[in-house]
Design a binder for this molecule. Structure first.
Ligand code: SF4
Ligand code: SF4
Ligand code: FES
Length: 472
């Protein structure tokens, strides 16, 4: 591999790689604003100045490709002066309102100002001001904080496939907005907020709910479809405040869709059933776990029993259900359910040109790998037990007795005679296999709500009751 020298360190690089990326691999951070590894290079903010031997002027590292024998300095006096000048220029029109800005604590402008700016400012003129713009259900725009890096425009054009963000007017009057002030249309709008290096594009669902530095971060996998986008759940006090994508160049690159980003909301929906419940006439009563588990065990020993396994469950849960069914009765049938019309991975495929897949559950491949055949049509049996993670679409159930085990909302309970509340994807660890066949780990971010139990615990308690009876 060819080599160049950065700040005295010899570094290998791949042909075509730019200096920001080569330096990063060597542990040297070059500050950027307009550069993003998932977007085209425009070199317009001038924050990434470096000095390159034999070149008379400072160079922008994002648009300079490393070359064999190149000698680069990222900390020279000329570089420091250049970056401080860029910061002074960018802050000419930026309000000094970090304490009340939603981006504070995770803002590139704040960090780069602290790391590379000057403590003095020569500018004393009035700053330009704009009113906030409502950009639709996902994004709110504050143009006062914009530094015209155009990441958002390029994200629309190059990733979301929609030219909806534009720069209008020029110079001091420039305005980054949507065409004719229309609302954003893309179903990937949350990414605008992730890539904006300032507090200009904020997520409506999150803004002003929590300071960034108070959030705990758990890396996990989105359960919204069979793509398996890598994401980070940001939470505090057992409440999720937002989900953001995590980089995985093989799967989702740097992005995620809005459906996956906001999917977490059902987990903390006040109508989620978090107590064991049984139907009593037209009403529902809170029940004891022992009562429901022993009822389920007795009913599962019947002649015609169907265990329906959601393709939104993890491999470990599905395997535990298979093992429990074998231990309870050889007559129990097991089938999977998830997305109507996408019963097998052969029927799965892209839902758009970006990330979304047709299967709206994360683990269709996992169910197939365990040999669980899909339910076709409605679920007919004397007893039907539905195990569900939260996203699998409930089929039509024709049964004398139906149990729901897992995550259900109140509006869904009338399908059943009893609900045994389980854990959502944010409350458990486990493995899911995405449409490419890549196994990935889901990580627990939250504690269980109410009296919810894991599928494994419920099955163990149920089998243990049986064993107690056998030995009694
Ligand atoms: S809104 Fe944000 S991403 Fe768009 S140009 Fe302004 S600073 Fe850059
Ligand atoms: S494409 Fe699928 S896996 Fe990725 S964020 Fe959207 S719903 Fe989640
Ligand atoms: S990051 Fe290089 S010019 Fe903006």
């Amino acid at each position: 591999m060819p080599k160049c020298t950065i700040d005295g360190k010899e570094v290998e690089f791949k042909p075509g790689e730019n200096l920001v990326s080569v330096a990063k691999r060597a542990g040297i951070e070059i500050p950027v604003f307009c550069y993003h590894p998932g977007l085209s290079v425009v070199a317009q903010c001038r924050m990434c100045y470096v000095e390159v031997e034999k070149m008379p002027k400072l160079q922008t590292a994002c648009s300079t490709q490393a070359a064999e024998g190149m000698v680069v300095k990222t900390q020279s006096e000329a570089v420091k002066k250049g970056r401080a000048g860029t910061m002074e220029f960018l802050l000419l029109n930026h309000p000094l309102d970090c304490p009340i800005c939603d981006k504070s604590g995770e803002c590139d402008l704040q960090d780069n100002s602290f790391g590379h700016g000057s403590e003095f400012m020569r500018h004393s003129e009035e700053r330009r001001t704009y009113v906030d713009v409502d950009m639709g259900p996902v994004i709110q725009k504050n143009m006062n904080r914009c530094i015209h890096c155009t990441r958002c425009i390029r994200f629309g054009d190059e990733v979301a496939g929609i030219h909806e963000m534009v720069a209008i007017k020029r110079g001091n009057n420039i305005d980054i907005t949507t065409i004719d002030g229309k609302q954003l249309k893309t179903e990937y709008a949350g990414n605008y907020s992730d890539i904006c290096p300032t507090g200009s594009l904020t997520l409506k669902d999150f803004r002003f709910k929590k300071r960034a530095w108070m959030l705990k971060k758990t890396p996990t996998v989105c359960e919204g479809c069979s793509k398996g986008c890598n994401m980070e759940v940001q939470h505090e006090g057992n409440v999720v405040y937002r989900c953001v994508p995590r980089e995985n160049l093989e799967i989702n690159k740097y992005w995620m869709c809005d459906e996956g980003r906001f999917n977490y909301q059902y987990v903390q929906d006040p109508s989620r059933i978090v107590d064991p419940m049984k139907k009593a006439g037209d009403s529902w009563l809170v029940a004891r776990w022992e009562e429901l588990l022993s009822g389920l065990r007795t009913d599962a020993a019947g002649a015609s029993v169907l265990f329906l396994v959601g393709t939104d469950l993890t491999n470990e849960e599905m395997k535990a259900i298979q093992d429990a069914a074998r231990a309870l009765s050889p007559k129990i049938q097991i089938q999977s359910f998830g997305t109507p019309g996408v019963e097998t991975s052969g029927q799965d495929g892209p839902r758009d040109q970006i990330l979304k897949m047709k299967s709206k559950t994360a683990n269709l491949k996992g169910a197939e790998s365990l040999g669980i055949s899909p339910l076709l049509g409605s679920a007919k049996s004397d007893v039907v037990v539905v195990f569900r993670g939260g996203r699998a679409e409930l089929p039509r159930i024709e049964a004398k007795k139906a149990y729901g085990v897992g995550v259900f909302l109140e509006k869904e309970r009338n399908f059943f005679h009893a609900i045994l509340p389980g854990l959502s994807f944010l409350e458990k660890d486990g493995t899911v296999i995405n449409h490419q066949g890549v196994p990935q780990g889901m990580k627990r971010a939250l504690l269980p709500r109410g009296r919810c139990k894991s599928t494994g615990e419920m099955l163990m308690l149920m089998l243990n009751q049986r064993n107690n009876e056998v030995t009694a």
